[in-house]
Design a protein around this ligand. Structure first.
Ligand code: SF4
Length: 679
């Protein structure tokens, strides 16, 4: 016992990208004694929200899984502890029976706790899947993938940084975005406001950022594209567009002009619920306040049948006013995006994918493949699968049919309890070296502690499985540092290495532009912003930005369900937060926002226990009666246990559109209309 305290810079294990906060871990005699925010961290500057503070409770937590466990029947009583060899032998024997094409591997957000941005763990799972020849699907489908599809069709995947917006924007539109999902953007928006910039919020409810905004527009869930199209109508009709930019850097303007000619603010008023004169005023404000930035939400806005069309239509607005490639304009930071120049080396070995019959990265078809026997074994890493996938009741039924479900995680979760045959203990973020990246920096996530119990990191498990299955070259590196160096070996990182990061306080600026598309070279087939997308047309989708009628679940379920983020939970992390006492106390379960009129019509009061349901399923929560949400709309944070029992697992985009971009787009609708009664 030396009693000396070491202060080691590291990163928060949550993945609130674009916010990733720096931490300092204080360690004495190999034990964690304290976690604080890192004041020297350029992105977070000492900020650490309650979730980051609660992360300390992962270490030494009595609920943590510390040994491999196997059971012969799927009931809680039959778990028995085994050693790693026994667990891996058990898994391997079942995988051999299933065969490689009937085996699937899926990594959730949890595997990125110390490598978000580089996604080295996700890449390793993909590498294993390619070299082994098993099923593997791209996880952006449970998150921002469908919005990315809309943005990508336009040619607008890059973003301006928060620092650029802070310094240069005259107007900032938070479109389905909230400070709770990207807290480190807050100080930059406030700095812009101090300079005199105007802040506008567009959302389905009055969020925390709405309270600080100069203007708030509440729209019906799924109607964002209608609002953007009507704004385009006004900008074109009143000659507020940037003709030079349009001529030089876009295609399809004539078709767009004709297309939006009838999409008036009066038309959009019916679709969105926002009065026509306010839509016109918003369009004027946007066109006349350049440079003006639109910050889109990270996940929830990209879920819903119309979500890709929303992103597509919104991303056409900056092009109309000449905003791409301009400081303070274009689109601001969002989850999953990259700044211009950012990038990492791929280690996925896609070119060595073993030939096979593969289920596409299309959520509806994945569920079907679990149900119809095309998949018999499922290896889950850092994922509470039934909390992530839409139409969870159907997914759960399909998981029941599998011959093997393996969960590698920190804690038991709903999927592990109900469906797993094997649970493997995973290392926590402080127990393994990692590296994370924001839009502007790479950060070392140093190994601070030895692993608790028999926990092992993803790479050890994957490597051991590969060895047992005779799959070569899955982990050709001599250490995790060497693997991370391989991923960092890219001009976007300035060819950073773990050794250099260690020498330089654990961080390095990335070689990026704070302004997206500085050379006006857009990653579309034409190289220009595409108001008209031939790619979309080629797969049977509308080639021009469009709004589709909002499809509901029928008159029996009149309330449109919106979802989003709070500061007290992150998806379903840590067994829906209930494994960490601080989060469990702050946020013990689902809270549904509903308007006073909707509550009164159902005889509900604030705090009442309620049942939320539709024809797909239901779940229990508590009512939060508030005038901060319009009647007809209800809202809940994502990740609540049971929430996806009510969401739609129907496909949105055709299979032949899935491979347009490096991320996949096979998200389900995730939309839901519900009814609420006393629970
Ligand atoms: S916002 Fe909170 S949870 Fe997210 S990275 Fe920062 S400290 Fe962690």
């Amino acid at each position: 016992m030396t009693g000396a305290t070491q202060k080691i810079p590291t990163m928060c294990p949550m993945n609130c990208h674009p916010t990733l906060c720096g931490m300092v871990a204080e360690v004495e005699d190999g034990k964690l004694v304290k976690i604080t925010g890192n004041k020297d961290h350029p992105d977070s500057q000492g900020f650490l929200c309650v979730r980051g503070q609660a992360a300390a409770e992962i270490i030494g937590n009595p609920k943590r899984v510390l040994k491999p466990m196997v059971r012969d029947r799927r009931n809680d009583a039959s778990w028995r502890e085994v050693d790693w060899d026994q667990a891996l032998d058990f898994i391997t024997s079942r995988l051999r029976i299933a065969g490689r094409e009937r085996t699937a591997i899926w990594g959730g957000h949890g595997i990125l706790a110390n490598n978000y941005g580089l996604a080295s763990s996700g890449q390793l799972l993909a590498r294993f899947a390619n070299l082994y020849g098993c099923q593997s699907w791209v996880p952006a489908m449970i998150c921002w993938g469908m919005g990315g599809f809309g943005l990508g069709l336009t040619g607008a995947l890059e973003v301006n940084t928060k620092e650029d917006i802070s310094a240069n924007s005259n107007l900032i539109i938070m479109w389905g975005a909230n400070f709770h999902s990207q807290p480190n953007t807050t100080r930059h928006v406030r700095a812009a406001q101090k300079r005199g910039a105007k802040l506008v919020t567009i959302d389905v409810r009055r969020t925390e950022v709405a309270a600080q905004s100069d203007d708030v527009f509440l729209l019906k869930p799924g109607s964002d594209a209608a609002l953007a199209l009507a704004m385009m109508h006004v900008i074109i009709a009143e000659d507020l567009a940037d003709a030079d930019f349009i001529a030089q850097h876009t295609i399809g303007f004539t078709e767009l002009r004709d297309h939006v000619a009838d999409l008036t603010p009066e038309w959009a008023a019916t679709e969105t619920g926002i009065p026509a004169d306010r839509i016109t005023a918003l369009a004027h404000d946007y066109a006349n306040s350049q440079p003006a930035a639109i910050i889109m939400g990270g996940s929830s806005i990209h879920k819903g049948a119309n979500a890709w069309q929303s992103a597509r239509a919104i991303s056409c607005l900056p092009a109309l006013v000449g905003g791409y490639g301009v400081a303070g304009s274009g689109l601001g930071e969002r989850h999953g995006a990259r700044a211009h120049g950012a990038g990492f080396q791929s280690i996925t070995a896609d070119d060595q994918r073993k030939p096979g019959t593969y289920v596409p990265s299309q959520m509806s078809e994945i569920t079907e493949s679990l149900d119809d026997g095309r998949v018999k074994a499922l290896l889950l890493f850092g994922s509470n699968f039934i909390s992530s996938f839409a139409d969870a009741t159907r997914v759960a039924g399909a998981l029941d049919k599998l011959d093997l479900v393996v969960c590698h995680d920190l804690f038991m979760n709903e999927t592990a309890r109900r469906h797993a045959d094997v649970v493997l203990p995973a290392t926590a973020w402080l127990e393994d070296v990692g590296c994370k990246a924001t839009h502007t920096h790479v950060y070392l996530a140093e190994k601070v502690l030895e692993a608790e119990g028999e926990a092992r990191p993803v790479q050890d498990v994957v490597r051991d499985l590969a060895n047992r299955l005779d799959v070569d070259d899955v982990y050709p590196w001599s250490s995790q540092e060497e693997m991370l160096d391989t991923v960092l070996d890219h001009p976007g990182t300035g060819y950073a290495t773990i050794a250099d990061l260690r020498k330089n306080g654990g961080m390095a600026p990335m070689n990026v532009s704070h302004v997206a598309y500085p050379t006006h070279a857009f990653a579309t087939p034409s190289g220009k912003i595409e108001f008209y997308s031939e790619r979309a047309r080629s797969v049977g989708l509308p080639p021009l930005p469009s709004h589709s009628d909002i499809v509901t679940d029928g008159d029996a379920y009149p309330l449109a369900l919106g979802t989003g983020r709070t500061l007290t939970q992150f998806h379903a992390f840590y067994d829906h937060g209930q494994a960490l006492p601080l989060l469990a106390k702050r946020d013990p379960g689902g809270i549904l926002w509903l308007s006073p009129s909707d509550a009164m019509a159902r005889g509900l009061g604030d705090g009442d226990a309620i049942r939320i349901f539709n024809h797909r399923g239901g779940f229990d929560a508590k009512a939060h009666v508030t005038d901060q949400i319009p009647s007809g709309v209800v809202w809940m944070r994502d990740g609540v246990a049971g929430l996806n029992n009510v969401t739609s697992g129907d496909k949105v985009l055709p299979d032949n559109a899935l491979d347009f971009f490096y991320f996949t787009v096979g998200s389900a609708k995730f939309a839901a209309n519900v009814e609420v009664t006393k629970g």
